[in-house]
Design a protein around this ligand. Structure first.
Ligand SMILES: C[S@@+](CC[C@H](N)C(=O)[O-])C[C@H]1O[C@@H](n2cnc3c(N)ncnc32)[C@H](O)[C@@H]1O
Length: 347
């Protein structure tokens, strides 16, 4: 039995996941948060990594939740690490032996694996086999949503990493933070998923807003979501909006450059901007329109990461938009590509 002192000296281990190509940025943010001695190992280069911090599990979770890194999409604890021979039986024995669960809980088992593990057994089959053990041994109720606990298992060809956590401690309750929305028939653009994800990631409820300005709106994915949430929407873009949207009674479409439009002061309580442009030029255009956003109003803006210097890009954007807009949170969403999304409030 290890003493508490020995345990804390040993630290705690997690698996972190970022969008592909941004793993090193997530690591940089974690390194800045914790004292020297944090160790990293890749599982999937530039995307999934193991990190060990010289602090206890609860303290690490607390710090990461209260200083949420922009590029860390998901984290899961590694409570046990097993040398694994790749067989289902070993995995089942391992789970039965190593896990200690309260009985009767609702549990979501989330399995991920590297490509090298092979595809003869699917993650669904692994999940079913693990569910069977949890049901037999602890009368667990397997669920996909609203779980009491998440049992995370990451499989590589020779290791199985196992951790148990509360869903809210993983940054996302989706496996690996890979949140999926169903594509609707006639959906205008995939960009709509970005705004749907931003609504959740920033804890917003778009139904509470009345009037939105959408800058760089075409073809209209974001506009369509704002209209669905019941807002009056003013969409600005020199390019055409999807023809299906144009008849909407709550839509005003200005087919113009954002530098050419004028509004009444304080007309909007939400401003969104998804222009694929250099962040500094975009900031200039947005700044020129901020008089139209009410004090206390919300801004959601996509920031293009042009030269792979994301921290600098966000710093410059925040400087350019201050003091009129105050940054609340920045996050690289699962649906962001070479970009991230920021949430700001009009001061
Ligand atoms: C990535 S798309 C926006 C996608 C949109 N959010 C959706 O959900 O369908 C970027 C848009 O910004 C527009 N844009 C670029 N420069 C602009 C400017 N100066 N003023 C207004 N719109 C601009 C482009 O025409 C383009 O339609």
């Amino acid at each position: 039995m290890m003493t508490e002192k020995e345990q804390s000296r040993q630290g705690s281990t997690f698996i972190g996941t970022a969008n592909h190509g941004f793993g090193q940025h997530a690591q940089e943010e974690i390194r800045r948060l914790f004292e020297a001695g944090t160790q990293f190992r890749h599982i999937i280069p530039a995307e999934v990594f193991i990190f060990t911090v010289q602090e206890e599990k609860e303290a690490v979770i607390h710090k990461l939740l209260h200083n949420e890194p922009m590029f860390l999409r998901h984290m899961q604890p590694v409570d046990v690490e097993l040398d694994w021979d790749g067989s289902m039986e070993t995995l089942q024995q391992f789970i039965g032996r190593e896990l200690k669960l309260e009985s009767g809980l609702k549990a979501a088992v989330q399995i991920r694996k590297t490509e090298q593990v092979g595809s003869d057994i699917s993650t669904t089959e692994y999940k079913r086999a693990v569910d069977d053990v949890l049901i037999k041994q602890w009368s667990i109720i397997p669920v996909a949503k609203d779980a009491d606990i998440i049992v995370s298992i990451f499989l590589t060809p020779d290791k199985a990493y196992l951790g148990v956590s509360k869903p809210e401690h993983n940054l996302s309750d989706w496996s690996g933070g890979a949140i999926r929305f169903r594509k609707e028939e006639g959906q205008v653009s995939r960009a709509k998923f970005k705004l749907l994800e931003a609504e959740r990631a920033f804890g917003l409820d778009f139904q509470q807003y009345r009037s939105a300005l959408d800058i760089g709106a075409a073809p209209g994915g974001w506009t369509s979501l704002l209209l669905e949430r019941g807002m009056k929407v003013t969409a600005v873009d020199p390019a055409k909006l999807d023809s299906g949207l144009l008849r909407h009674p709550k839509l005003t479409f200005l087919q113009k450059n954002a530098g050419e439009v004028k509004f009444q002061p304080q007309s909007f309580d939400l401003l969104v901007c998804d222009m694929s442009w250099s962040p500094r030029q975009m900031a200039k255009l947005v700044k020129g329109l901020l008089y139209s956003l009410q004090t206390g109003g919300t801004a959601i803006i996509t920031v293009k990461l042009m030269h792979k210097k994301p921290f600098q890009a966000v710093r410059e954007l925040v400087e350019d938009l201050s003091p009129d807009l105050a940054l609340q949170k920045g996050k690289q969403l699962f649906h962001n590509r070479e970009e991230l999304t920021v949430f700001l409030i009009r001061t």
